[in-house]
Write a protein that binds this ligand. Structure first.
Ligand SMILES: [Fe+2]
Ligand SMILES: [Fe+2]
Length: 197
């Protein structure tokens, strides 16, 4: 394994979680649906916890959480852009539209977040000693929540878009009702929606 790139992954994972706090804080202001707002409030709290968990990883591995890397600068910029896109939609003053922009922003942020933790899981399989121990503990705490963040918000995004198009939506989305936590489960939930409308 390339140690330098493992470090880069951890820096990007930290930056993604920090950006996630900002993304959720703004997304909650865009949410119109009460169930979605409640869900994102829960995800915001979990994301704040993830920041602590990854900062703890840095501490245990003797890494400086403030060290700049080229990759984390990119991640930070993307996070700021997602927040700016929601602010733009909010200032346009169409509440339903801002909610859709927020759903898409959360899906984009969570796609990166989910991938980071998936990759950290892959590192755990090949790492040894203290690195393996520290990363495994963090990964075990976070991974199930990341599945939920991504798959459930994708479901919200699809159904709220369908509703906005004037078609019958399944709300809350099937991913939510079926408590989906895997990619296969998400695909099944999407397939089952036609029987649920
Ligand atoms: Fe996270
Ligand atoms: Fe997440």
């Amino acid at each position: 394994m390339k140690d330098e790139q493992v470090r880069e992954l951890l820096f990007q994972a930290l930056e993604t979680e920090l950006g996630g706090v900002q993304v959720y804080t703004t997304a909650i202001r865009c949410a119109q649906n009460d169930d979605l707002k409640e869900e994102w409030q829960e995800y915001l709290e979990q994301t704040k916890k993830h920041v602590q968990i990854i900062e703890d990883v840095f501490h245990k591995l003797g890494l400086d959480p403030n060290e700049p890397t080229p990759g984390r600068k990119v991640v930070k910029t993307i996070g700021e852009t997602l927040v700016a896109s929601m602010e733009m939609a909010l200032s346009e003053g169409e509440p339903g539209a801002a909610q859709l922009v927020a759903c898409e922003a959360v899906v984009m942020a969570e796609t990166k977040d989910h991938q980071n933790w998936h990759l950290i899981g892959e590192v755990v399989k090949h790492a040894k000693g203290e690195l393996a121990k520290v990363l495994k503990q963090a990964h075990d705490e976070v991974e199930d929540e990341e599945d939920e963040h991504l798959y459930h918000t994708k479901g919200w995004c699809r159904e709220l878009w369908i509703e906005s198009l004037g078609m019958k939506a399944v709300l809350p989305p099937p991913e939510e009702v079926k408590k989906v936590e895997t990619a296969i489960g998400a695909a099944r939930a999407e397939q089952a929606r036609s029987q649920m409308v």
